[in-house]
Design a protein around this ligand. Structure first.
Ligand code: ZN
Length: 64
């Protein structure tokens, strides 16, 4: 197995434990997929706030 394949396998295993959902971007309406309630739009750069996620995350430094 190459290093790339190992990385892909680890990513797949990680993703298998995630909850992937899709919503419409609140800014531009593009359909965006998110993991555990976190979304990031590739069209306009909109991201939802970390606190809207389904899992507990520590606040990032400086993020309010
Ligand atoms: Zn958008």
């Amino acid at each position: 197995m190459t290093e790339d394949q190992e990385t892909a396998a680890r990513a797949a295993a990680f993703l298998a434990g995630q909850e992937i959902t899709t919503i419409g971007c609140r800014k531009c309406g593009t359909e965006v997929s998110g993991i555990n309630g976190r979304y990031s739009c590739g069209g306009c750069g909109w991201v939802n706030h970390w606190s809207e996620g389904h899992t507990e995350l520590p606040p990032a430094p400086g993020e309010d």
